[in-house]
Every structure is written in structure tokens, then in C-alpha cells.
Design a protein around this ligand. Structure first.
Ligand code: ME8
Length: 542
């Protein structure tokens, strides 16, 4: 495989498509933000990026919620998508390229073609099944997985994830010959350890497949809220078989339109399917088996992140621990939301949310660490050089050292992004925030400004003097930070870019490559620096 020329590398990332039975909470927002940070970073590598999210609208869970609310499932889905699922993207400042809904004809038509082909190939057969079903999971359970109910559920068997009783279902269905793919799946996990990440997720999937795979029931005929099975319209397609296909139908699989099919060819396979660990098996077992059966390339990586916990429990609306994203963004803003969840929780592990931790990090890291640094430097350039970036003098070891920290931050952050580790990427960038603060503390530009020969009689700093060197170096560090933090805190990064006056000489922030962000000496002398509004006002000032 030869490396693609710069600018042509493609990067396709998806989030799960979320059920529209309820409005989004911060757990859903967490996955979407992670996807947005990663894809923004890849865009700033000048890659051809596609970021897909959307909604999963079929199945019993959605149907029952609609019934309980006295509307049709389609009306319910339309309402939730418009009132909640699309607006939350704005709330989070997410820049998705597309939004797929599984009730859109582009999806349903392509899914029908896909399953007709599997049927024609002999991958699907008619059979019968009886077993415990969890509507919360939309999944048949194995008897061994169930837990005994207590209290109001005394004597009943419960789903281990939803802690609610399962329902016994017995049906004539169509089955997908999934068991036939067990060996090929095991070979896949073996040959491509990066296929399921992190390692804990890979181990879980390996153990599951090694314990034996059953064929998968993929149709239901006791309700009709789903995609009709083309050769037997008394059945609808199992919601997960329908939902997983979104990743391919959204980019043109089985489209009648040639341009759409070309888009599929240019975009598939996905580089990363981001999922929560609750839906790991669907993505790491069923989905690749479906693609193998169809003869399609497999995604490169399924990355399963951990749970957001509130009060020690997996957050959920039904347990009243659900927090809406706006409860946080209304107070702290979208940037702080993005920063906090991406930095505070190692991606792949569970993490506890608390208001105290969020406030503490906001004040210490965003307001004092980063925002204050930006405003101090801009204020000193305004005061001493009338807001015009001076020509620097010769560099000392301190300047060289800071530039080396910047270069190392870029290299480490790039490697962390490749490992799908946004928190390590931010940690790497933060070494430059801390080093720049330390540089100013040590170089004391406010004292240098008082030394003879540094300022003129009018009080203006001298071009090429020591003060000029320090402030230009700090401005270059800030320029580097604006580029590197743009994927994480896009509003603040743009505020900084504007304050630095960088747009005029260098162009839009979104077009700045991360790879070369640490090249100091990029901002020309004469660049107009202004003391903009505080990037992250301290909370007691909000
Ligand atoms: O499962 N912590 O949709 P869903 C972290 N429609 N992430 C969480 C979370 C929490 N407490 N709660 C939810 C479905 N999530 C299917 C997916 S894909 C083809 C079909 C996130 O609305 C996490 O990404 O139940 C999880 O996997 C997803 O929301 C589940 O969303």
C-alpha cells in the first residue's frame, strides 16, 4: 500500500444512530463530541473527511413510545428529530457532514436491495425461534445472561443492562447464517488487532465469538414498524439489521444514482465506527458478518468507549440520572462541554461526571491556564506595541526551548489522535499551554518593558528588542494553540485567531494544517493584535 498524496487521504467516521424514543442526554452527546473532535482534527490534516450521525427510528422501543404518546411512530420520530436530535448538534457545535434517518427512502430502499441480494445468495433462510427478548436492547438474550428480579420484579428474569423483565417471544422468522462466519471473524480479530479497540473490548468480543455463534433472527411479523422484507411483506426487518446498514446506505451503497455509488466507492470502508460499549457486539460481530456475506470491505476500527456515570451509575433517563446537554452548555458553553468530556475521561474507560469537577477544570484549565494566557499576551502587545506585532530580536535558549515544546506537542497530539485518544491529545497540547505560562513567568516581559532601551520615549516598545522577542514568541505559541485547539474548542480558538489578527495574513483557522502548527515565525511583523473578549471568563464573573 502506498501513501496517498497529501490532501487525498480519506477519513470516514460514524457515531451510532440514536434511538428517537427519547431526547438526547450527555451520554449521547459524549459520543457525538468525540466524533466531532476527531473529524475536525483530521480535516485540519487536509484529509477528505466524512462525519456521519443520525437517528434509528424503527423497532418496538420507538413504536411503544409513540403509542404511549398517542401518535404514529413516524410522527413521533419526526417530532423528536426536529425538536431534539438535530438541535443538539448545534448545542454541541458539531459539524457533521450528513444526518441519516432510517425512515428516509434513501435508506429503506437501499436496505431492501441489500437484503434481497443476501437472500438471493442463500445467506437468509426461514426458520423459527423462541427466546427471551429485551425491548430496551432490541435483542434476543441467552438464558444464561439474565439476572433474577427482586422486589416488584420478584420471580421474573431481567435484562442485565436494563434491569427490566425480558419478554418470551416465539416466532417464525427469517434468519441470517451468521454462525457460518465465526471462523472468519476470529481470523479477523487475530489478523487485525486494531479492528476492535480498546483491548478490553477486543477481549470481550473474542470470548463471545469463541463461545459459539448462533444464526441471527432478522425479521419480525408481530408488528409492522420497520422495513418490509421485500420477498415476504408480512415481515419487517429486525431493527439492528436495518440500523447497522445506515453506515453504508448513507454514503450511497445500492443507490440507483451513479454519483452516489461513486461516493460509496470513494468513502467506504469506514475508518472508525465510534460506539458505546453497550452496542459493541452488534458492531464487532453482526456488522462484519453482514459485510462478509455481501462481499463488501470491512470497517477498519470499531472503537467502544466507556460509560458516563452519574453518582456511580450508568446515566439513564429512566433512572432519573439523565442530564440534558443544554443543562451544561447553558452555563459553561459548548467549548467547555467539549473540552471537559474529552480531557477528563480517558477514551475507552468509564468516567464519572460531576458539576464540581467540571467547574474546577473550567476555572483552573480553561479560564486561568489558557484564557488568561491569551489575554495577557494580547494586552502586552497592545500596550507596548500599539497592537502591531513587532519584529523580534535574536532568540535565546528559552525561545528555542518553547518552540521545541510546541513541536513535541504537535507530534504527540498527532500520535494520540491516531490512537483515538483525544484526552492524550489534549494533554499533549496542554504541555504547550503550561510551558508558555512558565516562559512568561521566567522571562518577565512586564519587567523587561521597564528596562532602558526596550521602550522609546513615548513608551512604545522597540522592534528587535528583548521585549519584542518575548511577546512575538508568546504570540507564536498562542497561534500554535489556536490551530491545535480548534478541533476541541472551536469558538475560543476562533476568538484567539481573531485577537491575534491571524486571519488577514494566514487565512481561515479551519484551513491551518495541524502538522505545521509549531513553525514559529509564521505571523508577520505588523499583524494587528487586539485584546478581544475573554475566551473563558472565570465562573464567578459569568
Ligand atoms: O443503541 N455513557 O441507540 P441509543 C456513554 N440505536 N455513552 C452513552 C451513554 C452513557 N451513559 N448512554 C448512551 C442505540 N450513550 C442504537 C444504535 S447504531 C447502528 C444503532 C451513547 O440511543 C453511546 O454511544 O441507545 C451508546 O452506544 C449510544 O449512546 C446508544 O444510543
Amino acid at each position: 500500500e502506498t501513501a496517498a498524496p497529501a490532501g487525498t487521504q480519506s477519513f470516514y467516521l460514524t457515531t451510532p444512530i440514536y434511538y428517537v424514543n427519547d431526547a438526547p442526554h450527555i451520554g449521547h452527546a459524549y459520543t457525538t463530541v468525540a466524533g466531532d473532535v476527531l473529524t475536525r482534527w483530521h480535516r485540519q490534516r487536509q484529509e477528505r473527511v466524512w462525519f456521519l450521525t443520525g437517528t434509528d427510528e424503527h423497532g418496538q422501543k420507538v413504536m411503544r413510545t409513540a403509542e404511549a404518546n398517542g401518535v404514529t411512530p413516524q410522527e413521533w420520530a419526526d417530532r423528536l428529530v426536529e425538536s431534539s436530535w438535530k438541535p443538539v448538534l448545534e448545542t454541541l457545535d458539531a459539524r457533521n457532514d450528513d444526518f441519516i434517518r432510517t425512515t428516509q427512502p434513501r435508506h429503506t430502499e437501499r436496505v431492501q436491495k441489500f437484503i434481497s441480494q443476501l437472500h438471493a445468495k442463500g445467506e437468509i433462510y426461514a426458520g423459527s425461534y423462541e427466546g427471551p427478548y429485551c425491548v430496551g436492547c432490541e435483542e434476543y438474550k441467552l438464558p444464561g445472561e439474565l439476572v433474577d428480579g427482586t422486589g416488584e420484579y420478584e420471580g421474573l428474569k431481567l435484562c442485565p443492562i436494563h434491569s427490566r423483565p425480558v419478554e418470551m417471544l416465539s416466532e417464525q422468522n427469517y434468519f441470517f447464517k451468521m454462525s457460518a462466519y465465526a471462523d472468519r471473524l476470529l481470523a479477523l480479530y487475530e489478523e487485525h488487532p486494531e479492528f476492535v479497540q480498546p483491548a478490553s473490548a477486543r477481549n470481550e468480543v473474542l470470548a463471545f465469538v469463541k463461545s459459539g455463534l448462533q444464526d441471527l433472527s432478522i425479521s419480525r411479523n408481530t408488528f409492522d414498524w420497520g422495513i418490509p422484507i421485500p420477498w415476504d411483506t408480512s415481515h419487517v426487518l429486525y431493527v439492528w439489521f436495518d440500523a447497522l446498514l445506515n453506515y453504508a446506505t448513507a454514503i450511497g451503497l445500492e443507490s440507483d444514482d451513479e454519483a452516489e455509488r461513486e461516493r460509496f466507492a470513494a468513502t467506504w470502508p469506514a475508518d472508525v465506527h465510534l460506539v458505546g460499549k453497550d452496542i459493541l457486539r452488534f458492531h464487532a460481530v453482526i456488522w462484519p458478518a453482514m459485510l462478509m456475506a455481501a462481499g463488501l470491505p470491512l470497517p477498519k476500527t470499531i472503537f467502544a468507549h466507556g460509560w458516563l456515570l452519574v453518582g456511580g451509575e450508568k446515566m439513564s433517563k429512566s433512572k432519573l440520572t439523565g442530564i440534558a446537554p443544554t443543562q451544561i452548555t447553558d452555563v459553561f458553553g459548548s467549548d467547555a462541554f467539549r473540552y471537559y468530556f474529552m480531557r477528563a475521561i480517558p477514551f475507552g474507560q468509564d468516567g464519572s461526571f460531576s458539576w464540581e469537577d467540571l467547574s474546577a477544570r473550567y476555572n483552573a484549565e480553561l479560564a486561568n491556564g489558557f484564557g488568561n494566557l491569551a489575554s495577557r499576551v494580547a494586552a502586552m502587545i497592545s500596550k507596548n506595541f500599539g497592537g502591531s506585532l513587532p519584529r523580534p530580536g535574536s532568540s535565546s535558549d528559552a525561545e528555542t526551548a518553547l518552540q521545541e515544546v510546541a513541536a513535541a506537542a504537535v507530534a504527540q497530539a498527532e500520535a494520540a489522535i491516531d490512537r483515538i485518544s483525544p484526552n492524550e491529545a489534549i494533554n499533549a497540547v496542554w504541555t504547550l499551554v503550561d510551558a508558555t505560562n512558565l516562559y512568561l513567568t521566567e522571562q518577565e516581559p512586564w519587567k523587561v518593558a521597564k528596562l532602558p532601551g526596550e521602550t522609546t520615549e513615548s513608551g512604545a516598545g522597540v522592534e528587535g528588542g528583548r521585549l519584542a522577542t518575548i511577546l512575538v514568541t508568546a504570540a507564536e505559541a498562542l497561534r500554535t494553540l489556536a490551530v491545535l485547539l480548534n478541533p476541541v474548542v472551536p469558538k475560543a480558538a476562533q476568538g484567539l485567531w481573531t485577537a491575534l489578527g491571524a486571519e488577514e495574513p494566514l487565512g481561515p483557522l479551519d484551513d491551518q494544517p495541524v502538522q505545521t502548527a509549531a513553525h514559529f515565525g509564521t505571523l508577520p511583523a505588523g499583524t494587528r493584535v487586539t485584546k478581544g473578549a475573554s475566551l473563558f471568563p472565570r465562573l464567578d464573573e459569568v
